[in-house]
Design a protein around this ligand. Structure first.
Ligand code: GDP
Ligand code: MN
Length: 397
């Protein structure tokens, strides 16, 4: 789960991290009051969307002006003006995709004088199963580009969970960033704060780009991007409350309400499968036969008829879906339950694309009978290979 920059900064501030004073603004008419609560001489107005690269992004609407999603302004009035231009408009960055994202909130921040911009991230390193630090002097830019062109400018290390964070980790970061004097102490303290927040709140990633040295020589968190482990959110009601549903794919949101494991993808074949392994195999075999999956969907072991109906509705609501492959190996999940769900869903939402169904396992005969006795137009498949071949053929001809 992702949160906005201003929420991430408030969270890090509660742990003691240095951030600027700022105010989130949802309505243009509130912008002037919010900006007026800060002294200036610089006010930064920042679009709040769950995507990076805002500064270098651009708006779709001409009346948003030709500046990106991060605007430096020199007065309260100008800050309010820029906030008004961004709210309700669509920001396109290299992370949003061409459709962009609507800006429903902006953050007005007390501007900082910047001496240097640096890069810092904490993440879960899958190779070592530890929390890793990624550090670079090349802040404010695309870290992927730095990794590609000048990998020697990136320091990577992980923290042994048996010892946890130690001051020497912080000193390592400080030296990699070329910090001196009091900044080293600030860095040791800040890294400890970030590590604590990361572990306590079950973060998946914490990216600060840029971390800056201000014109007064102090370290400050100027941008913050945080994502949390979705499977741990139940332990953090405070974090769950920060969820902004308008930022999420509506299909993924509907799926999460029904406890379905659903990920939207770009392809044309909708998949309904039970078990994550079979879902992966189904996606692979669709690709093998020359098409692309439109989603990953695992309906789980204990799915009910209602859950299956909802899953089917989510798949058919995707306009990219040109065909559907239902691939069920009934173990705990019974084939007749799936069949009932499919029939109920088709009755409710109709079926405008070809549907291939492959059922195998527990109650397979009952399942097939339910489908055959309904008037749903189904192409039956015998096995995984047959199912994939048939749906790709039905869609691609
Ligand atoms: P992003 O483009 O989505 O990553 O947004 P950032 O918050 O990282 O802002 C982009 C860039 O705007 C930063 O790298 C800075 O160069 C600049 N910027 C952001 N806030 C300030 C500020 O308070 N003062 C100054 N001088 N520049 C800022
Ligand atoms: Mn940034």
């Amino acid at each position: 789960m992702n949160i906005h920059e201003y929420q991430a900064k408030a969270l890090l501030k509660s742990y003691g991290a240095p951030v600027s004073d700022g105010r989130p603004v949802m309505k243009a008419e509130d912008a002037k009051t919010a900006a007026g609560e800060m002294d200036g001489p610089l006010w930064v107005v920042k679009a709040q969307i769950h995507a990076g690269g805002r500064g270098k992004g651009s708006f779709k609407e001409a009346d948003a002006g030709d500046k990106g999603g991060v605007r430096l302004t020199k007065s309260v009035e100008e800050a309010a003006e820029e906030a008004k231009k961004m709210l309700g408009r669509t920001l396109v960055t290299h992370q949003t995709g061409p459709a962009g994202k609507q800006v429903n909130r902006v953050y007005i921040e007390d501007g900082s004088g910047i001496e240097t911009e640096m890069y810092l991230a904490l993440l879960v390193d899958r190779q070592t199963s530890r929390i890793g630090f990624v550090v670079s002097t090349e802040g404010g830019m695309d870290i992927e580009e730095v990794a590609e062109n000048t990998p020697e400018k990136i320091l990577n290390f992980t923290v042994d969970p048996a010892t946890g964070y130690q001051a020497y980790h912080g000193r390592r970061v400080a030296f990699a960033l070329g910090l001196t004097g009091a900044q080293v102490k600030q860095c040791v303290s800040l890294m400890g704060i970030l590590y604590k927040a990361f572990t306590e709140k079950d973060m998946e990633m914490l990216e600060i780009n840029p971390l800056i040295v201000t014109d007064k020589g102090d370290l400050k968190v100027l941008d913050a991007k945080v994502s949390f482990d979705g499977n741990a959110i139940y332990r953090h009601q405070d974090i769950a409350a920060l969820r902004d549903e308008t930022e999420e794919d509506p299909k993924e949101l509907a799926a999460s309400k029904y406890d379905l494991n659903y990920i939207a993808l770009e392809g044309e074949i909708g998949c309904m499968v039970n078990g994550a392994g079979l879902a992966m195999a189904t996606m692979d075999i669709i690709k093998l036969y020359g098409a692309e999956p439109a989603n990953f969907l695992d309906v789980g072991g204990g799915a009910t008829k209602e859950k299956v109906t909802e899953a089917f509705k989510i798949i058919t609501s995707d306009p990219n879906v040109k065909g559907i492959l239902v691939n069920i190996f009934g173990g705990i999940m019974r084939c007749d339950v799936i069949a009932e769900g499919v029939v109920a869903a088709v009755k409710e939402v109709g079926l405008k694309v070809p549907l291939v169904v492959r059922l195998e396992g527990t109650n397979v005969e009952e399942g097939k009978a339910i489908i055959n006795n309904s008037d749903v137009d189904v192409i039956a498949a015998d096995d995984l290979k047959d199912g994939a071949e048939k749906i790709v053929k039905a869609v691609k001809g």
